[in-house]
Design a protein around this ligand. Structure first.
Ligand code: C2E
Ligand code: MG
Ligand code: MG
Ligand code: MG
Length: 280
């Protein structure tokens, strides 16, 4: 059938394919080098608990400081890293760096700030996921409770039983688990009862129009109530203004995160916000 479409159609198709894979290969090689030469950085975004309006932790978000090009967002390179398997060493670096940061805070007497890191499906699926995560945390000599792994529903859809067992093993050593981007894409409520999660993060798409769309408010309220009834902590992502902040407080949300409080920042700037612990 392909041949029947004529030489040109076929040729176009293969050239397109080659170009894409070439670009990807290039990005992969550069990304590999980036990891080895220290071009990756963690930015941190505060998480605020609503009762006392206090920062209780931060989310670590990876950035690539590419020479001549500046900061590259994870949305650009994480998908390639996932496709090529580079997400495994990158993910390990992210976790290690986050653990070292918890250790640094500990050394100056701060022992109640947690860091969450995003974890891709490929990482969970790798055979030594549990062993690697435990080893990294152990090596940093920190409380496992101060590390939270952010997973998404799509990351446990495949091999779900096996992956859930792995998450349970990590929970057993004290690591926290949160379900990221809840409500984005094909959320299945079924996972909520199967997953060993501590926190549910309501996707920012619900928050975006919450001031104007009463339906978004009703849905968000229901998610918050359901989470609480299930004994979970519930955090709203993507809080950008005061109206949203007050609305989510009214809805009894436990925690919030978003540009209204702070954009993700390099560690020096986060430390300035944390010491003395800034209140909102
Ligand atoms: P995420 O885990 O849901 O992280 C939240 C994203 O929302 C971040 O984008 C953050 O900068 C952005 N954000 C925070 N507050 C607001 C707000 O008020 N409004 C809006 N519009 N956006 C807000 P970022 O840093 O570009 O990261 C994008 C995604 O890349 C993350 O989404 C996460 O899925 C992935 N990612 C980031 N770091 C890592 C990593 O180390 N490993 C893996 N596997 N994925 C990562
Ligand atoms: Mg996240
Ligand atoms: Mg995520
Ligand atoms: Mg999210």
């Amino acid at each position: 059938y392909v041949k029947e479409r004529g030489k040109n159609g076929y040729k176009f198709y293969t050239e397109e394919m080659n170009r894409n894979s070439l670009q990807e290969k290039l990005l992969e090689a550069n990304l590999h080098k980036a990891l080895e030469t220290g071009q990756l950085e963690l930015y941190y975004q505060p998480k605020i608990e609503c009762k006392e309006n206090k920062i209780y932790g931060v989310e670590a978000l990876v950035r690539w400081r590419k020479p001549e090009e500046g900061l590259i967002a994870p949305g650009v390179f994480i998908p390639v890293a996932e496709k090529t398997g580079l997400i495994i060493p990158i993910g390990n670096w992210v976790l290690k760096t986050a653990c070292q940061q918890v250790q640094k805070w500990k050394s100056v007497g701060v022992t109640d700030l947690c860091i969450s890191v995003n974890v891709s499906a490929i990482q969970i699926q790798s055979d030594d996921f549990v062993r690697t995560v435990s080893a990294i945390i152990k090596e940093a000599k920190i409380e496992p409770q101060l590390i939270e792994l952010e997973i998404t529903e799509s990351s446990i859809m495949e091999n779900s039983i096996e992956n859930i067992m792995k998450l349970n093993e990590l929970k057993d050593i004290g690591v926290r688990i949160s379900l990221d981007d809840f409500g984005k894409g094909y959320s299945s409520l079924n996972y909520l009862k199967m997953l060993p999660i501590d926190t549910l993060k309501v996707d920012k798409s619900f928050i975006q129009n919450i001031e104007y769309d009463p339906r978004e408010k009703v849905i968000t309220e229901a998610i918050i109530q359901m989470s609480k009834a299930l004994g979970l902590t519930v955090l709203a992502e993507g809080i950008e203004n005061e109206t949203q902040f007050h609305l989510l407080k009214e809805l009894n949300c436990d925690a919030m995160q978003g540009f209204y409080f702070s954009r993700p920042l390099p560690i020096e700037e986060i430390d300035l916000k944390l010491f003395p612990r800034e209140c909102y």
